[in-house]
Design a protein around this ligand. Structure first.
Ligand code: ZN
Length: 271
């Protein structure tokens, strides 16, 4: 199987979830075989070695510029099976939050179409590895089906949810994963704001749960939170730069555990 890039440029404008600043990004076709963020002449490859922060979002930096909250855009690219693009950070240092999901990114990628490159898709050789920490777990087991099963256990009203998704199936991703939005509990809002995060978080880009239900509108799926966790997981796995072979089981994890899992994958492969 060959790598793919997008057919035409795609532009997104909006407000960043954490910085609260206006941003404009341009995703352009690129034949370099990887995803690269670029501001003026400086480049950051979408690779876990560039990750500088994983609290509530993934931040990449090369020391000269920083890109906040890359995971939903990376998820849309990886989920729609696009391996190679250049993302020009024209304004701001954060990917626009849009509606808190990756739906607009995924729809735009679908609409523009793809171009097949000459490079072969690279797979990680490692078929079995696990990361466990304090009840959180990411485990890869050998399987002919490449899929992820995610288990979450949040306070009510979310509770326990499980969802299974194929890792590489653009049609499934667009319909079942891309629409799932970012969420937060009302009791977490003050804490997150105190951390200096979520300055651009609002009722249009984040689902707010109270102990009784959803504060702002209706869910898109009754298990929307666990689907969003899969969305985040797929975006984080893009930072491995190679595709995973096998079946992944994830329990109560977040960006931090996803990154630790990626490091174990690299160790396992001796890269
Ligand atoms: Zn997310």
């Amino acid at each position: 199987m060959k790598k793919k890039t997008i057919k035409n440029e795609i532009v997104f404008e909006g407000v960043g979830l954490h910085t609260g600043e206006r941003s404009k990004i341009r995703i352009i076709p690129y034949d370099g075989g990887q995803i690269v963020f670029k501001k003026r002449k400086s480049e950051i490859p979408a690779h876990f070695s560039m990750v500088v922060e994983t609290r509530r979002g993934v931040v990449l930096s090369n020391g000269s510029f920083t890109v906040y909250t890359v995971e939903h855009l990376l998820s849309a690219l990886w989920g729609m099976e696009i391996d190679s693009v250049m993302i020009l950070m024209d304004e701001g240092e954060e990917v626009p939050a849009l509606d808190g999901s990756s739906l607009e990114f995924a729809q735009a990628i679908y609409s523009t179409g793809y171009v097949t490159l000459n490079d072969e898709i690279e797979f990680a050789g490692c078929r079995g590895v696990s990361y466990k920490d304090n009840g959180k777990e990411v485990q890869l087991v050998s399987s002919l089906e490449f899929k992820v099963t995610y288990f979450v256990d949040f306070p009510p009203p979310i509770g326990t949810q499980v969802f299974l998704a194929p890792l590489y199936d653009a049609g499934f991703y667009l319909e079942n994963i891309a629409p799932a939005r970012t969420f937060i509990f009302d009791f977490e809002v003050a804490k997150v704001k105190a951390m200096g995060l979520a300055k651009g978080g609002n009722l249009e880009n984040t689902v707010v749960f109270t102990k009784d239900g959803v504060y702002n509108g209706n869910l898109r799926f009754k298990d929307e939170p666990v689907r969003h966790k899969i969305l985040d997981f797929i975006g984080d796995m893009a930072l491995l730069g190679r595709r995973i072979k096998g079946s992944v089981f994830v329990k109560k994890a977040g960006h931090t555990e996803h990154m630790e899992f990626i490091k174990k994958m690299e160790e396992c492969d001796g890269v």
